[in-house]
Structure formats: C-alpha cells, structure tokens
Design a protein around this ligand. Structure first.
Ligand SMILES: *Cc1c(COP(=O)(O)O)cnc(C)c1O
Length: 360
C-alpha cells in the first residue's frame, strides 16, 4: 500500500483511476478512447456539460458565474487574470502570502501599470502570519484584489475571504473543492487541476459574468481570452479532452463521497492528526502561526536536518512517498488533498512517532 504525499501533480482517487483504466480503449461503448473522438461530438459535449453541472452542484456556483475549462494550469491564469480583468494603465492589488503569490505578482507586473502589494507574511511570536486585513495597504481604485488562500509551498493559509470593495480574485489551485466556500464573495476563482481536480496543464476558472463583459486588454492571447472561451463553451481551440474527462470523473466521485462538506471534515481530521504529532514533539517543528496553518500542505522540519535523507528513505520503504519539501524551503512537506484517505495521515503519523523514538 502506497500513500502519495506529493504536492502536485498529486494523488488522484483510486476508483477514478481504475474506472479510467477500464474504459481507456472503449469509452461509452464507442470502441475507441475518449482521447480519440471529436470534442464536438455530442457524446463528448454531453460529458463536458455534466462536468460543469457537477462542479456547479459541488460548489453551489450561482447562475451569474461562468465556468471555464482552460489550458495552461495555474500559472496560465497568472497572465490571463490581469489581461482579462485590468486595463494596461490600471492598478491591481495583490496579497503576498508566499511563493505562489510572488510568482503571480511578477507576472501581473508585465500587463498593468502598477501592482500594489497590500501586505506580506510577517514573523510573529506565534510564527509566520498573514497580517489582519484591516492592516493591508489597499489602493484607492484597484481593478481587483488577488490572493492565494492556500500557499502550497509555504503551508500558509488565509481562512477568511478578504472583505473589500473591489472584485476578489483567488488562486485556489491547492484548496478548491477541499472545503465549502461562498462563491458569491469572489469575482473570480481559478485553479490549476493537478492538486484536487485531475491532470496538470488544465485549469478551472469561475468568473462573475459582469467581469467578462468587456474589460479585456486588446491583445490578450485568444486561448486565454475569457470572453472568447465563454462564448465558445471553452472550446475555442481543442481542449485537453482527457484531462476534462478525468476531472468529470473526479467530480462524480466527490459527489458520491458526500461532496465538499464531507471532504472538509476529512481534511480537517487528517491535518489535526499531523499537526498534533508535530506540536507534541520537540523533534519536529512547523513554523506557521496556528491561525494561518494550511490543512492541505503541511511543511515540517526535523530538529537535525542531517536526518532528512534517512527520514525520506525510511518513509519511502514504508510506502510513504514524496515527503521531501519544496526545493525553495527544504525540510519535509506532507500534502493531503481530497484523495488522501485518513489511513494515509495515520500511517504517516505512526511512522513519524516511531522515527522520533529511534533517532532522538
Ligand atoms: C501548483 C500551483 C500553481 C501552479 O500551477 P501550474 O499548473 O504548474 O501552473 C499555482 N498556484 C498554486 C497555489 C499552486 O499550488
């Protein structure tokens, strides 16, 4: 039995992979694979419509929002968002809560006059923390406020939606479908697929209709143009048909598992178990303030980093895979998206407890 703690591309639900395997060469009785038919074939179009409806049901997406299935993963949207939502002479507000925010900020700066960073993570007595919204330096007339509710590398999360007067744009790549949210609090939500939805290179965008009305920059790349993709039902060019199919299967699986509420409960229990293990030990540590801890990605360090390689080797020998921290931060990181069962968190904690006893 393997448990895969990869941050992304990440573990997918086993029943989804098995179903995909079973129908790989013969999809819906056609005698050919889902990758080999036209995306305009009514049978494929029906699948995409069901996928959208399932996502709408799972997230309770209001009718005045459009759902797009796009190319280019999470970072494609780092460019698409400013080009579609802001004019070249605009100011946009960005929260810098970690590495993914910083990449988004750098990309936005190519397309707009000014990227105003409203706040950064600070070191506090309780650990790394995101300043209170009341302390953010918001601009007078930003086109939007962008933030990343779950920083995948840093393991830092903002658990409340900023209440501001401009449209809120959220990079939910590593948190989408992991807990209930109120979509109406956002102008736009996007997510690269490879954490909680399906294969990489694919992205979901949920955008309030008034924001796609006419705010595009003149030269926005056409495949990244929300207005064009909305008019063409995300089929302006050939979509990633296999990724869309797999995402559709993940949505069906999620519904059968009890939806986002059931996932939130599971994710909360897995994270609590792991943080409790870390906090009750002087051998492991996590440096994020409790209020800003991620429930999806848990970075932790060993007291002696000379033991890192041993830890990883022994973990792998027990089937606990991909626990190495991001190359920018080192240490360990356990990513536990929806597909990770509670037994995976339990196996990790059991291993960590034994490892601590042996090496401390
Ligand atoms: C993984 C990730 C991305 C990058 O996604 P790509 O599909 O590799 O472009 C962006 N933002 C967050 C929060 C992520 O976790």
């Amino acid at each position: 039995m393997k448990f895969n703690f990869s941050a992304g591309p990440a573990m997918l639900p086993a029943p989804v992979l098995k179903k995909a395997q079973k129908e790989l060469c013969d999809w819906q009785g056609l005698g050919i694979s889902v990758m080999e038919i036209s995306h305009r074939d009514p049978i494929y179009v029906r699948m995409t419509e069901e996928a959208e409806q399932d996502l709408r049901d799972l997230m309770s997406i209001p009718d005045n929002y459009t759902v797009l299935f796009m190319h280019g993963g999470g970072r494609g949207q780092f460019s698409a968002v400013p080009q579609n939502l802001a004019k070249p002479d605009a100011t946009v507000d960005y929260l810098d809560s970690g590495i993914w925010s910083q990449f988004a900020i750098r990309e936005a700066a190519k397309y707009v006059q000014q990227v105003n960073v409203v706040a950064k993570v600070t070191e506090t007595a309780a650990g790394k923390a995101i300043p209170q919204v009341s302390d953010w330096q918001l601009s007078e007339n930003a086109a939007y406020l962008h933030y990343c509710p779950n920083e995948t590398v840093d393991g830092i999360a903002l658990h409340t939606v900023p209440d501001v007067s401009v449209p809120v744009v959220a990079d939910m790549s590593s948190i989408i479908l992991a807990e209930p949210i109120d979509v109406s609090q956002f102008g736009l939500i996007y997510a690269g697929a490879q954490k909680n939805i399906g294969p990489s290179g694919f992205a979901v965008v949920i955008v309030r209709n008034d924001l796609i009305a006419e705010t595009c920059q003149d030269k926005v790349c056409t495949v990244m143009n929300y207005k064009v993709q909305a008019a063409d039902k995300s089929m302006y060019n050939t979509p990633n048909t296999f990724a869309w199919y797999l995402a559709a299967e993940v949505f069906k699986w999620l519904k059968a598992e009890g939806g986002v509420e059931a996932m939130a409960d599971l994710n909360q229990r897995k994270a609590a178990l792991l943080y409790e293990c870390i906090d009750n030990s002087s051998f492991y540590r996590n440096t994020v303030a409790i209020a800003n801890r991620s429930r999806m990605n848990v970075p932790f360090q060993l007291r002696d980093d000379a033991l890192d390689a041993v830890f990883l080797r022994e973990a792998e020998a027990e089937g606990l895979m991909s626990l190495k921290g991001h190359r920018f931060v080192g240490g360990m990181r356990a990513s536990m998206y929806n597909a990770m069962p509670f037994a995976g968190a339990q196996a990790l904690v059991d291993f960590m407890t034994r490892f601590e006893k042996q090496y401390s």
